[in-house]
Design a protein around this ligand. Structure first.
Ligand code: MN
Length: 137
């Protein structure tokens, strides 16, 4: 019998600390694997979302790469349908494209987030993904 993996303690990399900023709906955790102030200028974070959790709409001036390490989630660019993304998927997010990412309603979800071209500027956080929009996925 297939049994869903328990991802509540993340997978592979540490779960890290619960995110306490206002840019997420639901519980999410972050462990920086490569810190933002590293001379390599390539911050990498492990992000764990509880079921239903997601980040607000946002833009990365220099883009972002997501490596999905566990569970089922969503990636959506403004004006396009949300894509279901799963363990093993790679998402290349272009510079300044408005988007959000997070867990499916019934699945924990983990991804590695790689910040690219960080000299182009910091993430611009926008409005939350409403319960109505999320509920219609
Ligand atoms: Mn992003």
């Amino acid at each position: 019998m297939n049994q869903a993996k328990d991802l509540s303690e993340s997978v592979i990399f540490p779960k890290g600390q619960k995110i306490t900023n206002n840019y997420f709906v639901g519980g999410a955790w972050l462990e920086m694997l490569v810190p933002s102030d590293s001379p390599l200028h390539c911050p990498i974070g492990n992000v764990t979302f509880e079921p239903g959790a997601r980040n607000n709409w946002h833009k990365h001036p220099g883009g972002q790469i997501l490596l999905v390490t566990g569970g089922t989630g969503y990636y959506q660019e403004e004006g396009k349908p949300a894509q279901v993304i799963r363990e093993g998927d790679v998402v290349q997010i272009p510079s300044d494209v408005k988007h959000w990412h997070g867990a499916a309603a019934n699945s924990w979800f983990t991804h590695i987030a790689i910040s690219t071209n960080i000299h182009m500027g910091d993430t611009e956080w926008l409005e939350p993904v409403s319960d109505e929009a999320y509920g219609n996925l």
